[in-house]
Ligand binder design. Structure first.
Ligand SMILES: NC(=O)c1ccc[n+]([C@@H]2O[C@H](COP(=O)([O-])OP(=O)(O)OC[C@H]3O[C@@H](n4cnc5c(N)ncnc54)[C@H](OP(=O)(O)O)[C@@H]3O)[C@@H](O)[C@H]2O)c1
Length: 300
């Protein structure tokens, strides 16, 4: 039996689906029975729990061959770093008490750094706390920049006719589709062929800058002159808040962007077949970005 946290989310639903495709018994965790229902329809067992609830998680993890563990994001948190610490503590406590022997945890490029990386510092702490559990075999998947982050650019194009953000336009980033992360995590869980504490970077199909990503988006939406503009933090902070983030989360995202721009936060592994995944940004844009863009343009 496998347990998947964040099972209705970007990576978790892919992990759960992949395991179900392999006819595995899967317990899926989320806060809503209704949202878990599509996975239940495919044979999963729903387990409604909050990821801060260590006692519930201990129950959920008991008897698991492998656990997929994430810290859920919360864009509206007033103190996201404390929330991350609480969720990491609950996950770690539950893994320890349940006696689970294998876990695959979602981390990030840059989680080697203790501080100065915004929300990624919380993933550093998650790695550390899981690494302290004797007898737990754990792989921390240090994923690159989610391609899904660029979906926010649909709004920027609508409002300004440009894509925009705090990142340098020419900064090459390992960009990865979240479905590739989910599939890799499921592969680790299916083999359970790992011992001790390990980290593995997942760098997507290739490195891309925001300038290059914008050119790909522009071509796909028939706006070949589409440009990316780097905006200063003082402009980005209220934009993030207007998009629905708390001021606290907006500041953390800006700290992370600064860490990427300066190179404080960067991939440590050389690109190789092992850390490269298949979905190109062109495919992501065709399958995810363009439909969202078309729907929003139609609605406007
Ligand atoms: N964005 C990036 O570039 C990037 C890069 C590397 C790593 N990461 C990390 O990736 C993680 C997010 O992964 P993801 O995109 O797969 O997640 P996601 O799509 O945001 O999904 C998380 C799921 O967790 C559930 N959830 C939220 N709060 C919960 C709570 N309190 N208790 C129980 N379940 C809860 C939600 O489902 P319900 O609402 O149905 O409960 C949600 O579907 C974060 O830790 C982030 O730091 C992000």
């Amino acid at each position: 039996m496998y347990v998947v946290t964040g099972a209705t989310g970007n990576t978790g639903h892919v992990v759960a689906s992949h395991l179900l495709d392999q006819k595995k018994t899967v317990r899926v965790i989320g806060r809503s029975k209704e949202r878990l229902q599509p996975l239940v329809d495919r044979g999963a067992e729903a387990f409604v729990a909050d990821l801060n609830d260590q006692a519930a998680l201990t129950k959920a993890f008991t008897g698991a061959e492998g656990v997929y563990a994430i810290i859920p994001p919360n864009a509206t948190s007033q103190d996201y770093r404390s929330e991350q610490r609480r969720a990491a503590g609950a996950l770690a406590g539950a893994l320890e008490q349940s006696g689970a022997k294998h876990a695959v945890a979602l981390s990030s490029v840059g989680a080697d750094k203790q501080a100065g990386t915004g929300p990624v510092a919380g993933l550093h702490e998650l790695e550390e706390i899981l690494n302290r559990i004797a007898g737990l075999n754990v792989v921390h998947l240090r994923a690159g920049y989610f391609m899904e982050n660029t979906l926010g650019q649909v709004g920027a194009i609508g409002a300004m006719g440009k894509t925009a953000g705090p990142l340098r336009g020419d900064l090459k980033l390992p960009m990865i589709a979240t479905k590739d992360i989910g599939n890799k995590a499921a592969e680790w869980l299916l083999t359970l062929d790992f011992k001790g504490k390990q980290t593995r970077e997942l760098l997507g199909q290739r490195d891309l800058s925001m300038d290059e990503a914008t050119a790909i988006i522009g071509k796909a939406i028939e706006n070949p002159d589409l440009e990316y503009v780097q905006l200063p933090d003082a402009m980005m902070q209220p934009i993030f808040v207007q998009m629905g983030m708390s001021a606290n989360v907006a500041s953390l995202i800006l700290e992370m962007a600064e860490a990427l721009n300066s190179g404080h936060m960067r991939a440590l592994e050389q690109r190789s077949a092992r850390n490269t995944t298949t979905t190109s940004f062109e495919t992501f844009v065709r399958e995810e970005f363009v439909p969202l863009y078309r729907a929003q343009t139609k609605a406007a």
